[in-house]
Ligand binder design. Structure first.
Ligand code: ADP
Ligand code: ADP
Ligand code: ZN
Length: 222
């Protein structure tokens, strides 16, 4: 099962991707988490990516595509994966399709060399800014919480790994506005891209997170 999560920043892609990954036992691959780990570890890639991320801009495709395409070639991805935050541009989507096609020759009978679903978690812009200002992130393990909708039982500490939770710099309202406009310009065209491939499924992301998940499971098991 190969799934791509689409939706505005803060729509709930990561929240749902983690739930899908746990239920179906496939890895959750978040390009944002990969960048944040690199920033935390002070790598060259992290330094370059941070300049863009802090401004609410996309990291250039040259720094992003090979990184993610390499990750999906790992052994743990052979039964599928959930991609969260990638692709975010048409060239990224085309690169993923090309890599899938190239890997097709090595596949056993019955294994598809294409994506199964692009799940679009639909949330209007008006709801996004409040969601983002309440998001708390763990830079240790990638867990996310919300101060009202999904608080950590340990307050400011991650339930999973015990690190302190933070409000990401790019989740402050000024940067969120920029990220939303970048989303509409560069990422929203992927909705048409995957619609024309016949794999786009839209769910109402304004519902309670468990109801969003139930809607996704229904799609995956239809
Ligand atoms: P969110 O989950 O709020 O949408 P992410 O964690 O996916 O945010 O991404 C955080 C930032 O990392 C983005 O605003 C962007 O700068 C960068 N980023 C993540 N994935 C990509 C990508 N596929 N292409 C370009 N930039 C990316
Ligand atoms: P994305 O990966 O799309 O940027 P997240 O999954 O990180 O989004 O969710 C953004 C914030 O909204 C987080 O604080 C998360 O806990 C919260 N959240 C996610 N889904 C819902 C929902 N259905 N209702 C309310 N809050 C939600
Ligand atoms: Zn953690």
């Amino acid at each position: 099962m190969k799934i791509v999560m689409l939706g505005a920043p803060g729509a709930g892609k990561g929240t749902q991707a983690k739930m899908i990954a746990a239920k179906y036992q496939v890895p959750h691959i978040s390009s944002g988490d990969i960048f944040r780990t690199n920033i935390k570890n002070g790598t060259e890639l992290g330094k370059k990516a941070k300049e863009y991320i802090d401004q609410g801009l996309l990291v250039p495709d040259e720094l992003t595509v090979d990184l993610v395409i390499d990750r999906v070639s790992w052994d743990d991805c052979k039964n599928g994966y959930i991609l969260d935050g990638f692709p975010r541009t048409i060239p990224q989507a085309e690169a993923l399709d090309a890599a899938l096609k190239k890997s097709a020759s090595g596949l056993e009978n019955g294994t598809k060399a294409t994506l199964d679903f692009a799940i679009n978690v639909d949330v209007p812009d008006e709801n996004i800014v409040t969601r983002m200002s309440g998001r708390r992130a763990c830079l240790g393990c990638g867990a996310t919480y919300h101060i009202i909708y999904n608080p950590s039982k340990k307050g400011d500490i991650c339930e999973v790994c015990g690190e302190s939770l933070v409000l990401r710099d790019d989740d402050k309202p000024e940067t969120v506005q920029k990220r939303l406009s970048v989303y509409h310009d560069q990422t929203q065209p992927l909705i048409d891209y995957y619609t024309s491939q016949g794999i786009l499924k839209t769910v109402d992301g304004t519902q309670d997170m468990n109801d969003v998940f139930a809607a996704i499971v229904k799609i995956l098991e239809a």
